[in-house]
Design a protein around this ligand. Sequence first.
Ligand SMILES: CC(C)(COP(=O)(O)OP(=O)(O)OC[C@H]1O[C@@H](n2cnc3c(N)ncnc32)[C@H](O)[C@@H]1O)[C@@H](O)C(=O)NCCC(=O)NCCS
Ligand SMILES: Nc1ncnc2c1ncn2[C@@H]1O[C@H](COP(=O)(O)OP(=O)(O)OP(=O)(O)O)[C@@H](O)[C@H]1O
Length: 271
Amino acid sequence: MLLIGLTGSIATGKSTVSSLLSQPPYNLPIIDADLIARQVVEPGTPGYNAIVKYFLPTTPDLLVPVSDEMPENGPDGKGRPLNRPALGKRVFGTSEERARDRGVLNGIVHPAVRKAMFWAVVREYLKGKRAVVLDVPLLFESRLDRYVGTVMVVGVRDEGVQLERLMRRDGHLSREDAENRVRSQGGVMRKVERAEFGGGVTVWNDGDKEDLKRELERVMGEVERKSPRWWGWLLWVCPPLALVVGGWGLWRNCRGEKRWEEKELRERAKL
Ligand SMILES: CC(C)(COP(=O)(O)OP(=O)(O)OC[C@H]1O[C@@H](n2cnc3c(N)ncnc32)[C@H](O)[C@@H]1O)[C@@H](O)C(=O)NCCC(=O)NCCS
Ligand SMILES: Nc1ncnc2c1ncn2[C@@H]1O[C@H](COP(=O)(O)OP(=O)(O)OP(=O)(O)O)[C@@H](O)[C@H]1O
């Protein structure tokens, strides 16, 4: 089974691309890391408890406020849901404190997300799917790129287009909030470079939605050429071969990651 790791930066168009990939002619199953990241912090989960323990003492508005519809202990007595914009204000940004808190939040959420994604992939494999899309905004940061067969980055060349789309979609964000969120994720061009360094592909999304459909057709043609259908079926009917190929892919990706880190060090040394 081919694992396609779909990533990009905030509001570059990952959800739009994953929605296209879930429809004909592709019909691919999508495993959405953002959705799973919400499920693993629902009231009553270990993730929720850890976040409340660390952030509540310094973030009074961490939970959705009590109201007629929201009782003190939440709708099902497990606690009130997280006030996500308030938590976002604590962790998005470039200051040292925000970066540290983001690290704490990631340390709570990412391991739980990885575990849930692993089981979701196993379920799709057992259903006989030839390929699956892992929609992971922080694919490189959470090091999930090691486990995928192809990285697919949705890129926008003009950061202004990205900011505009973000503010149009999330009306509650001020320009400053939007800029903080874009900067927290690093530039998308770096992700493009990194993906292509490891043999991945880029879907450019600077134009309108029709341009995006055509661009996706081109990129999926490239992916199919590298990993034809018959190869996917062969791996499905022969699980030991799938394990060997998976292990080899993991080794190759880890080697690629090391070479990328060395390249980054060399570039920094030149500055
Ligand atoms: C901070 C939180 C509560 C803000 O929630 P909110 O609903 O306001 O925003 P949302 O989740 O839609 O994220 C908005 C954008 O920021 C990106 N983002 C989310 N978390 C992070 C992070 N830790 N670092 C950088 N960017 C992030 C998202 O990918 C998305 O593009 C939430 O983003 C969160 O719990 N983040 C930590 C978990 C995580 O890393 N999720 C990403 C998938 S694994
Ligand atoms: N080619 C396009 N033309 C016009 N609008 C677009 C295009 N691509 C995406 N958008 C719009 O831009 C916004 C952001 O796109 P989308 O939600 O797909 O991005 P994302 O990368 O998944 O964002 P996030 O990381 O925040 O989840 C959406 O409102 C979407 O409809």
